[in-house]
Design a protein around this ligand. Structure first.
Ligand SMILES: *Cc1c(COP(=O)(O)O)cnc(C)c1O
Length: 429
């Protein structure tokens, strides 16, 4: 390590909080990025299979979004406008209505929340409680919904929950689809518990779920299970909240992750890739009859992000105005499954997780998954783990990744896996 480089690094260890996280696994200083590649201070380039945890579904610095944003800034367009009417907000809402909500038969209202996913989840939970006059919200094992108090109460992970420093209330946990293994339909349990007035489960304001659990290990719910949960919510007077913050915006192969499941959630939370450009923007979609917050009842200084509206509009118009992009996702999903199967084949007991362009391999231990990711990074691939034990090597490549880059990334992943399993064996002997 040159002195320059260590000087560059020391600022982080000296000043940045111990709470920093992703940066610990990718020990370099990134300076620029384009498409599916990032470049560090030494000029080395990396293929990005993390994509800001699915905040960069259209890659880094999409040229059309960038140009629109540069033009907006250069012409003194509004940078911050509270929730005032702006041309950029109108532009986003119009494109979203025309190309996303309209064609899908969704009459939901769009409520902009504070700019983080957690804030959209807070708003969703509060609204469901206000609508129903009930407190309890049913959330699922391995669910991740953010780390503010309300969202954290719905999150399963004990490490994150431990950071609360107080009791986390108002949520009943139920087993997600597949949690009890094959041959046990956890929707049966949910039904029995909800139907039994002596089960001890209070009538819920909402049932909240991710159709594919992004942080929780890429557990993909079956359409049949989601439909049953949706029907149970309706039967028991609870709202169905789909947290599409990570699985939405095309990640599972369709704009919304629930599109081909024949359910219409009462509330949908969105963040991460909504802006298309990696800018903070979060919102929730609410069926009109439940759109009952008073003006500023759930407020926030940064509701809506004017710069993000500019890029979000371009993202919708560029990628979702017709079906070409969606078709390309189907092809890539198959390629991803094939490639990941090769990885899984190298590890005894490993198996595939997830759906669409949100897939990974459960390699059986967090140690091995971490070792694979570390070795991949040495070879120029940014990739992360997920799951209760961080045991899933998870691919979240930008949806726009060219096939050739995709293949290169997988060559690295295969080499990294070969190395990591070999060392594992030597250590075991
Ligand atoms: C990332 C994420 C959140 C939280 O979003 P933040 O912007 O990090 O607050 C909530 N739900 C899901 C499913 C997520 O993946």
């Amino acid at each position: 390590m040159s002195t320059d480089r260590s000087a560059e690094f020391s600022i982080f260890t000296r000043r940045e909080s111990e709470a920093r996280s992703y940066c610990r696994g990718f020990d370099t200083v990134f300076t620029s990025a384009s498409g599916s590649e990032m470049t560090d201070a030494s000029g080395r380039s990396y293929i990005d299979f993390l994509a800001g945890c699915s905040s960069l579904n259209y890659g880094h610095n999409d040229p059309d979004m960038k140009q629109a944003l540069v033009d907006h800034i250069a012409s003194d367009g509004i940078a911050h406008g509270l929730d005032l009417h702006t041309d950029t907000k109108a532009g986003f809402l119009t494109a979203f209505e025309k190309h996303v909500l309209g064609p899908r038969g969704m009459d939901h209202r769009v409520m902009f929340t504070g700019p983080t996913g957690a804030n959209a989840v807070e708003a969703a939970m509060k609204l469901a409680r206000k609508v129903t006059g009930r407190t309890n919200i049913i959330a699922f094992t391995n669910g991740f919904h953010g780390v503010t108090m309300g969202a954290l109460a719905a999150t399963g992970n004990s490490y994150h929950r431990g950071g609360a420093g107080m009791t986390l209330n108002g949520v009943t946990r139920m087993p997600f689809d597949g949690y009890m293994g094959d041959g046990f339909d956890t929707a049966d349990l949910l039904e029995t518990m909800l139907d039994d007035r002596s089960s001890g489960v209070d009538a819920p304001a909402a049932i909240m779920l991710e159709t594919v659990q992004g942080e929780g290990g890429l557990n993909a719910a079956s359409p049949g299970w989601v439909r049953r949960v949706a029907a149970l919510a309706r039967k028991h007077g609870a709202l169905l909240i789909v947290d599409d913050i990570q699985a939405g915006c095309g990640r599972t192969g369709t704009f919304f992750s629930f599109e081909e499941m024949d359910v219409q959630p009462d509330i949908v939370t969105m963040a991460k890739s909504v802006s298309g450009f990696g800018l903070p923007l979060a919102l929730m979609l609410v069926k009109p009859e439940y759109d009952i917050f008073g003006p500023a009842e759930h407020n926030g200084t940064f509701r809506g992000n004017t710069h993000a509206f500019v890029t979000a509009r371009v993202a919708i118009e560029k990628f979702w105005a017709d079906y070409e992009f969606q078709k390309s996702l189907a092809v890539k999903s198959v390629a991803l499954t094939t490639a990941l199967q090769q990885v899984a084949d190298m590890i005894p007991g490993a198996f595939l997780k997830g759906r669409g362009l949100m897939q990974g391999v459960d390699v059986g231990s967090g140690e091995l998954a971490g070792e694979i990711c570390a070795r991949a990074f040495e070879k120029g691939l940014v990739i992360e783990t997920s799951g209760s034990e961080d045991q899933v090597v998870k691919v979240l490549a930008p949806l726009t990744t060219p096939m050739e880059t995709f293949r290169k990334g997988f060559e690295i992943l295969l080499e990294a896996t070969a190395e990591a399993t070999r060392t594992g064996k030597i250590a075991a002997e």
